[in-house]
Design a protein. Structure first.
Ligand code: F1P
Length: 611
């Protein structure tokens, strides 16, 4: 989603190159236009392009642009269509300032209306231009910070901004309210960077300051001055954090998604190695204490992370005999959920920046619940705001479509359930040797699925031209099928609807004919024969079936020859992992056959920072 980057060199230099590098590092988040602005000889210069950063790069190279300081932005359209006018930076009418912005200004229409009544003319449809115009209107007497304070006080919503003004040719001003914004100073060069995403700062030895609660920063060569939201000077210590660099290499794979699918044997073994001591057969989660009194658990997340929560919720309930439910964060936050001191709210988020998940987490905290974040990005907002945080350690995930983070979420959450069994229930989980045997075999089982890539690819090519699919499963295979359908939707833009297999006959079966294939997930022993019966109902109506089935279930060939055979001696708890990996490959190869842009699908973003 939108990304902010800014650069102030310690010694005068051209800021353009650093800004472009910053934008390239932000690309993985998903965006649809890019722009940058800077100051040269006391004048604001700005450049914008719809589409990829490379289009902007071509423009600034063509014009041999040199700027003394720079702010840069990748925009994911929210207010207003995908046009150059709506791309950031947004300027005021007299071009005295340029501003970039992440987040949403909820009352922008009222402010815009008032400013228009005062004679201001707007050139874009964005809420960002409203901030630029309002700030220019509030600005008087070379007093920039007080005018910024007055402007920010009038804005409703959560946002991060960075801005330059021609009267302060060596400064960038930045502020953030409930949206990430980091100021980083390079220890070696004293150059200062601003970014909304730590991943864009991973290239050098950095000291960091995180802006919170409307704090403002004024940044000029080597100097950072900080103010609170009222404009009073404050002091904040740098945090010395080693940022892990987001791997920019596909390591020979055609797409990051394929690389990340193939990372899974390793990412899963990392989860297990980090949390499970194979000598004592104990689960060790150092980050978590004081969980002994937990009486009920809520798992919240969005998209793939919600599916991970939904999947494990029934496992938690069965394993711990503690009431557990999973909820979509954007829904949960508008309910009045019953939460108490002994409620544990687990927020799951790969990026740790999903706005709805963070809002739900804040609601849970305000109601006194204990909160635990499961995330893949250290120092993310989730890391900073949750009471406890468990790092998924899946390694950087670049492709917008989540793959290895999902399987690491499931494996980590399963281990966490065992940990709770150990700590709350006092059960000696070490006795469950079969569980640990299967846990340790997961990487090998996933490798076995990956080895079937050519077969999966041939099925993908056979099914790639259909425009509608059903994905069905029962019990734990239902959330597995939901996640699989989401993969297909995200990257191939095919309509894929997931249903609990038993629900088909209550309506959706009316749609079944030879034009809508069904992808069936049979990795649940408990419900195998029932799912089989549901498939015979589909076959009787001429529906095509591609089954993902355990190897022992040869009966499936009586209704379809299109079968991806998977491990059969795995407990139902674990099946979601290999079945999901097979479904990821299927979605990948279908999208490839259809010629789609796999790593950065249209309209999607890696970190969804708007509500
Ligand atoms: C949630 C999510 C992802 C999805 C896409 C959009 O992100 O829905 O599952 O693949 O990237 O956002 P997160 O909260 O897990 O970072």
């Amino acid at each position: 989603m939108c990304g902010i980057f800014g650069y102030v060199a310690h010694k005068k230099t051209n800021a353009v190159e650093e800004c472009l590098k910053g934008l390239q590092a932000l690309e993985y988040r998903g965006y649809d236009s890019a722009g940058l602005a800077g100051i040269k000889q006391g004048k604001i210069h700005f450049y914008k392009r719809v589409g990829k950063v490379r289009n902007l790069k071509e423009l600034v190279f063509e014009e041999e642009v040199a700027l003394e300081i720079g702010i840069a932005h990748t925009r994911w359209a929210t207010h207003g269509g995908l046009t150059e006018q709506n791309a950031h930076p947004q300027l005021d009418s007299s071009h005295s300032l340029a501003l970039i912005h992440n987040g949403i200004i909820e009352n922008y229409q009222e402010i815009r209306f008032n400013l228009m009544n005062l004679g201001k003319e707007f050139v874009s449809e964005t809420d960002t231009e409203v901030i630029s115009q309002l700030l220019a209107y509030e600005y008087t007497d070379f007093a920039f910070i007080p005018s910024l304070v007055r402007t920010l006080e009038q804005l409703e919503g959560s946002f991060a901004i960075a801005c330059i003004h021609k009267d302060f040719p060596d400064a960038i001003f930045a502020s953030a309210r409930d949206c990430p914004l980091i100021i980083a100073k390079c220890k070696k060069t004293d150059d200062i960077f601003i970014s909304s995403d730590a991943n864009a700062l991973s290239r050098q030895d950095m000291e960091l300051i995180f802006l919170h609660d409307g704090e403002i920063a004024q940044i000029s060569a080597g100097i950072i001055t900080l103010y609170d939201k009222k404009g009073l000077i404050i002091q904040k210590a740098f945090e010395s954090i080693s940022l892990c660099s987001k791997s920019s290499s596909k390591e020979g794979f055609e797409h990051f998604m394929l690389k990340e699918i193939f990372d899974q044997p390793l990412s899963l073994s990392q989860v297990i190695k980090n949390r499970f001591d194979s000598h004592t057969a104990k689960v060790q989660i150092h980050e978590c204490k004081d969980l002994g009194q937990i009486e009920h658990i809520r798992l919240i997340g969005c998209g793939t992370s919600y599916h991970a929560g939904l999947l494990v919720s029934s496992i938690f309930e069965e394993m711990l005999q503690i009431e557990t439910s999973a909820e979509i964060a954007s829904e949960f936050r508008y309910k009045d959920p019953i939460l108490r001191k002994n409620s544990l709210v687990i927020a799951i988020s790969q990026s740790g920046e999903t706005a709805d998940t963070l809002a739900a987490l804040r609601l849970a905290k305000s109601k006194g619940a204990k909160t635990l974040g499961f995330g893949n990005v250290m120092h993310s907002s989730l890391f900073r705001e949750a009471d406890l945080f468990i790092d998924l350690k899946a390694g950087p995930e670049v492709s917008v479509c989540s793959t290895k983070a999902f399987t690491s979420q499931i494996a980590s959450l399963l281990l966490f359930a065992l940990y709770l069994k150990q700590t709350i229930k006092g059960v000696d989980v070490a006795l469950d040797t079969t569980f640990f045997h299967h846990l340790e075999s997961l990487s090998g089982i996933v490798t076995d699925v990956l080895q079937q890539k050519d077969l999966i690819r041939s099925f993908a090519e056979k099914y790639a031209d259909y425009e509608n699919f059903f994905f069905i499963g029962r019990n734990l295979m239902y959330p597995t099928s939901m996640e699989a359908a989401l993969k297909l939707k995200e990257i191939s833009y095919i309509n894929a609807t997931a249903y609990p297999a038993g629900e088909l006959k209550h309506g959706p079966i009316a749609l079944i004919d030879e034009t809508i294939p069904t992808i069936a997930f049979l990795g649940n022993e408990k419900t195998l024969s029932k799912t089989f019966s549901n498939l015979t109902e589909i076959q009787a109506r001429k529906g095509k079936i591609l089954a993902l089935s355990p190897r022992h279930f040869t009966k499936i060939t009586t209704i379809t020859n299109d079968v991806i055979w998977l491990q059969n001696d795995l407990p139902d708890f674990f099946s979601a992992i290999p079945y999901s990996v097979a479904a990821q490959l299927l979605a990948y190869y279908i999208a490839k056959k259809r010629g789609k842009e796999i790593d950065q699908p249209r309209n999607l973003a890696k970190a969804v920072t708007v509500e």
